[in-house]
Design a protein around this ligand. Structure first.
Ligand SMILES: NC(=O)c1ccc[n+]([C@@H]2O[C@H](COP(=O)([O-])OP(=O)(O)OC[C@H]3O[C@@H](n4cnc5c(N)ncnc54)[C@H](O)[C@@H]3O)[C@@H](O)[C@H]2O)c1
Length: 340
């Protein structure tokens, strides 16, 4: 049995507690939230003991892994408490809010001897794993470009909410685009340079909203065109279209992968079926596919039990954020930013 302590019992903390509760070998044993009512709700639903500080939670003997689902700007508090108690750590994306904190966490966590992972849930979804495998096998030949289309037309946050405050959440570039930038890094390797325009949740807008458009290139030549919004009208969708010399693959909001061959009709590849054909279950720590979040926790448990550790790392977390910070720099300076 692996026991989890949750710091931050809001939207994601509650979601993760429900996912942990679905797993046979896991339990939520402790909770800390600055809002007593949030802790009380988790106590009532999962029996989690209410703690008065991140340190108290992390030090408990019945906490094996600290789950950090507090707002992005204070993740480092939970990480510090978990490290001091030498516990396994799962921290939501984005890792943190500023480049200085990101550098500090990278330095401290790169050689951490317990499991550390970050919430790039899409890496635990069958569709992304299938695309990674197909790209690595050269299924669509040399990849030339990738479009990421990530409009959120149902954004409703208001002033006073940390998700409407650029200084606290970092807007779409730090928050929402993090997942797809991580997937692009996973698929295409090291970034070359980036140029971006964006609103950075500007206070001059009549209501909190955000939009960013960027061109990100990789050292292997892949050109990525990424758009992302928090808007109060319009489409809500997600799409990542990867185009190679021999075909195109699309990941969207569904569980399937769409494949357009050079000739012939488009094909819908059921990701779970395709992966099972090649016995990829074993590489996935024998997790049954399903909800990406449940897979994520099943994979964390497998890593803590020493069965496998294929989780997104602190370096992956830093790499994704580093690109977000470069995009912000480009928005502010109007210049292309080159990566070392
Ligand atoms: N992986 C994903 O797909 C995904 C989706 C949404 C959000 N997130 C990330 O998850 C994190 C949490 O987002 P959310 O939507 O759950 O936010 P939320 O505002 O719903 O919940 C945050 C909770 O943390 C509590 N809190 C605030 N300050 C705290 C502190 N110092 N210590 C402990 N608790 C504190 C709040 O009271 C609240 O209950 C963010 O980093 C966000 O970017 C990830």
């Amino acid at each position: 049995m692996i026991n989890f302590g949750i710091i931050g019992a809001g939207r994601m903390g509650s979601n993760h507690a429900n996912c942990i509760a679905e797993l046979p070998n896991a339990k939520v044993t402790a909770v800390y939230d600055i809002r007593p009512e949030a802790s009380a709700a988790m106590n009532e639903k999962h029996g989690a003991v209410i703690c008065n500080s991140p340190e108290e939670l992390a030090a408990r003997a019945d906490v094996d892994c600290v789950v950090i689902t507090s707002p992005t700007y204070c993740h480092q508090e939970g990480i510090a408490a978990a490290m001091a108690a030498n516990k396994a750590i799962f921290c939501e994306k984005a890792l943190c809010r500023t480049p200085e904190i990101a550098d500090d966490l990278l330095k401290k966590l790169e050689n951490y001897d317990k499991v550390f992972s970050v919430g790039f849930v899409r890496r635990h979804m069958a569709k992304s794993i299938l695309v990674k495998k197909l790209l690595d096998e050269g299924f669509i030949g040399k990849v030339r470009y990738c479009n990421v289309d990530l409009p959120l037309g149902i954004y409703r946050r208001l002033p006073g909410d940390w998700f409407a405050d650029y200084e606290l959440c970092g807007g779409v570039l730090i928050d929402m685009l993090a997942h797809h930038v991580d997937l692009a890094n996973w698929f295409f390797g090291e970034p070359q340079e980036v140029y971006a325009k964006g609103l950075l949740l500007s206070k001059e807008l009549p209501r909190p909203s955000d939009y960013a458009a960027s061109i990100l290139t990789y050292k292997n030549g892949v050109i990525c065109n990424l758009m992302c919004s928090w808007w109060r009208s319009g489409r809500t969708t997600e799409l990542m279209e990867i185009c190679g010399d021999e075909g195109t693959l699309i990941i969207d909001g569904s569980a399937d992968v769409t494949y357009y061959p050079l000739e012939g009709e488009k094909q819908i590849l059921n990701a779970e079926t395709e992966l099972k054909k090649d016995n990829v279950d074993a590489a996935l720590n024998q997790v049954s596919f399903g909800n990406g979040f449940t897979n994520e926790f099943a994979n964390i448990i497998a890593a803590i039990e020493g069965k496998n550790n294929d989780l997104p790392t602190i370096r992956d977390a830093w790499n994704s954020l580093n690109i977000a910070f470069a995009m912000i720099e480009s928005v502010k300076t109007g210049k292309v930013v080159t990566f070392k």
